[in-house]
Ligand binder design. Structure first.
Ligand code: ATP
Ligand code: MG
Length: 366
C-alpha cells in the first residue's frame, strides 16, 4: 500500500499543508518542534483513527481552530482510495469517510492504510523492563490476530478479578472458595496466549534475523527466544498440555500468592530475549546494537503483517537515525527497499537514494 498524498487542515501545528509522497522512502527533515512527528501522527491516524501520542483526539485540533481535517489518497487493495477524518475539539463526535462515503467507525476503514510505527521510546525496548517488550509484542500480535486480542483482554479481566479476590479475602475469607474457578479459567486463557505467542515470536524472530544480518553487514547473528512460565516445557505443545503445566506452576505458588495477595505466576509475566552472536543483548549489547535489533524487530513485524494481508504496511520511523553509525544509518535511509517508508530526522545533510526529501519548517513545507 502507498500513501500518495495528504492534505491537512488545522491539524496540530499545521494550518494547511498538501504533500505528495514517494512510493519508496520519504525523508522528513526539519529542526526540532517544526511538525515532523505531527506529520507521522496524521498518517497513522488517517489509517487507524488512533493517535499514538494521545488518547484525546481533541488535542489533534490546532489550538483555536474549529476542527481538524485529514484527507489522503491511498493506493491499496489494487485501487485508488481516499480516506478522510474530521475531528472536533469538544465532545462532538469525529467523522470518517472512505471514498467520500461517511462511515460509522474506524473499523469500517480498516485495512486500507496500515502503518507500523517506530518511535524513539522503542529504540531501547530490548534493554528495558519486560513489560515494555510484552507491550510491543502484544501490540503487534493484536494487529495480526483479532482472536488473540479478545483472549488477551479476557485474561486481563480474570487476572484483575483474581487479584481482587486475593486482596479482599482478608475481610471476606469465603472468597477463597471461588478462587479455583478463577485459576482454572486463567490457565485456560493463559494457555491460549502462550500458544499464540510461541508461533508469533518464532515467525518474528525468523524475519528479524534476516533484517538484522543485512543491517549489521552480516556481522551479527540474531536469535530471539520466547520466555514463558518455567513449567511449560514446549510452548508449541497442545493447549490442553499447556493448561496442565500452567496449573502445576500455579499450585506450587498457591501459598506465596496468598501471602503476597497477588497473582504471581502466568503469561502476564512473559518476556522475550534477543541474543546477538550468542550474547544476550539485554546484558551485553551496545547502544547501537540494541537500536539496530529493535528496528529489525519492527521491520519483521511489518513483514509478518504483509504476509497476512498481502499488502506491505507503511513504515513510520520517527527520529531513529541519531546514534546509529554511518553504515547502519545507510541501511535505514537507503536499503529498506520494500514498501513505503517515512523517516523523520533533524540532522541536516541526510538524504535518501530511494525517494524524496521533504523539508518542514513551522508547519509548512519549504
Ligand atoms: P522534534 O525534532 O523535536 O521531535 P518535531 O518536528 O517532531 O520535533 P512535533 O512533535 O511534530 O515536532 O511538534 C511540533 C509542534 O507542534 C510543537 O511545538 C507543539 O507545540 C505543536 N503542537 C502540537 N499540538 C498542537 C496543537 N493542537 N495546536 C497547535 N500546535 C500544536
Ligand atoms: Mg519529533
Amino acid at each position: 500500500m502507498v500513501l500518495e498524498n495528504i492534505h491537512l487542515r488545522d491539524f496540530r501545528n499545521y494550518k494547511e499543508i498538501a504533500l505528495g509522497f514517494d512510493p519508496g522512502v520519504n525523508l522528513i527533515v526539519g529542526d526540532n518542534a517544526q511538525g515532523k512527528t505531527n506529520l507521522l501522527e496524521s498518517i497513522a491516524y488517517l489509517g487507524s483513527g488512533r493517535a499514538f501520542r494521545t488518547q484525546k483526539s481533541c488535542e489533534l485540533v490546532r489550538l483555536g481552530a474549529d476542527f481538524a481535517d485529514i484527507e489522503g489518497s491511498v493506493f491499496s487493495q489494487e485501487r485508488h482510495q481516499t480516506l478522510r477524518w474530521v475531528i472536533f475539539p469538544a465532545s462532538r463526535p469525529r467523522q470518517v469517510y472512505r471514498n467520500g462515503v461517511k462511515k460509522k467507525t474506524a473499523g469500517d476503514i480498516s485495512g486500507v492504510l496500515q502503518t507500523v510505527l517506530f518511535c524513539p521510546e522503542d529504540l531501547m525496548v530490548l534493554k528495558s523492563g519486560a513489560s515494555a517488550r510484552r507491550r510491543l509484542g502484544d501490540h503487534a500480535l493484536c494487529q495480526l490476530r483479532p482472536n488473540y486480542e479478545a483472549a488477551l483482554s479476557e485474561y486481563g479481566r480474570i487476572l484483575e478479578q483474581k487479584n481482587r479476590i486475593l486482596k479482599d479475602r482478608h475481610d471476606n475469607p469465603a472468597l477463597l472458595d471461588i478462587l479455583p474457578e478463577y485459576n482454572a479459567r486463567l490457565c485456560q486463557v493463559g494457555a491460549l496466549l502462550i500458544s499464540y505467542r510461541a508461533r508469533f515470536y518464532e515467525g518474528l524472530g525468523r524475519e528479524a534475523e534476516k533484517y538484522h544480518s543485512h543491517f549489521s553487514g552480516g556481522a551479527e547473528d540474531f536469535r530471539l527466544e520466547y520466555k514463558t512460565v518455567s513449567t511449560v516445557t514446549d510452548p508449541f505443545a497442545p493447549v490442553a498440555t499447556l493448561m496442565e503445566q500452567l496449573q502445576e506452576h500455579l499450585q506450587s505458588h498457591y501459598r506465596a500468592e496468598l501471602e503476597s495477595s497477588q497473582c504471581l505466576t502466568g503469561p502476564h509475566k512473559d518476556d522475550f530475549d534477543v541474543a546477538l552472536s550468542g550474547m544476550s543483548l539485554k546484558a551485553f549489547g551496545s547502544q547501537g546494537q540494541t537500536r539496530t535489533a529493535a528496528i529489525s524487530l519492527k521491520l519483521a513485524q511489518r513483514a509478518l503483517m504483509a504476509k497476512e494481508s498481502g499488502e506491505i504496511p507503511v513504515l513510520l520511523l520517527d527520529d531513529v537515525l541519531s546514534e546509529l553509525d554511518p553504515g547502519r544509518q545507510d541501511f535505514v535511509l537507503n536499503q529498506i527497499t520494500e514498501g513505503q517508508v517515512f523517516i523523520t530526522c533533524c540532522e541536516p545533510g541526510r538524504f535518501t537514494k530511494l525517494g524524496k526529501t521533504i523539508e518542514i519548517c513551522k508547519g509548512k513545507s519549504i
